[in-house]
Design a protein around this ligand. Structure first.
Ligand code: TYD
Length: 131
């Protein structure tokens, strides 16, 4: 099973709901970067890479999407359907995001700054490095 998730506590009252994300508490690493993916056009597959060292947590803030996880041996589709769940994305997992609902916002917390050198963007190179 490649799917590893974190269930976030919902803090609510008669005004509505709130989820709090805290580095090294309910997010299992020090957070150096947050980015979000939105406005994805129908039929598009995003991601299509693995990271050498980066650790990330993906949260579907609004809407739904599907994440393909691949560790070089097996593959698994994970449906992200709520903003109270975070998907942990470990290093050396090839991932693709697709089936974005209209208006979907996927937020990503990462343990390091953007570094193109950390990306493996070629699937065969990824497979070779997994051996
Ligand atoms: P990319 O990794 O191709 O995202 P996706 O597959 O989801 O479309 O990134 C798109 C562009 O944004 C690419 O030129 C790299 C750049 N980028 C940054 O500059 N900083 C970041 O934190 C991220 C995630 C991407």
């Amino acid at each position: 099973m490649l799917k590893k998730t974190i269930k976030f506590k919902e803090l609510g009252d008669d005004q509505g709901w709130l989820v709090s994300l805290e580095a090294e508490r309910n997010i299992p690493f020090p957070v150096r970067r947050v980015y979000y993916i939105y406005g994805t056009r129908a039929g598009v597959r995003r991601g299509r890479h693995a990271h050498r060292k980066l650790r990330q947590v993906l949260v579907c803030i609004t809407g739904t999407c599907t994440i393909l996880l691949d560790d070089g041996r097996s593959r698994e589709d994970v449906h992200l359907t709520g903003n109270t769940e975070g998907l942990i994305l470990e290093p050396m997992i090839w991932h693709e995001m697709f089936d974005f609902s209209p208006g979907c916002v996927l937020m990503v917390l990462a343990d390091d700054w953007y570094d193109e050198g950390d990306y493996i963007r070629d699937y065969q190179t990824f497979k070779d490095l997994c051996r």
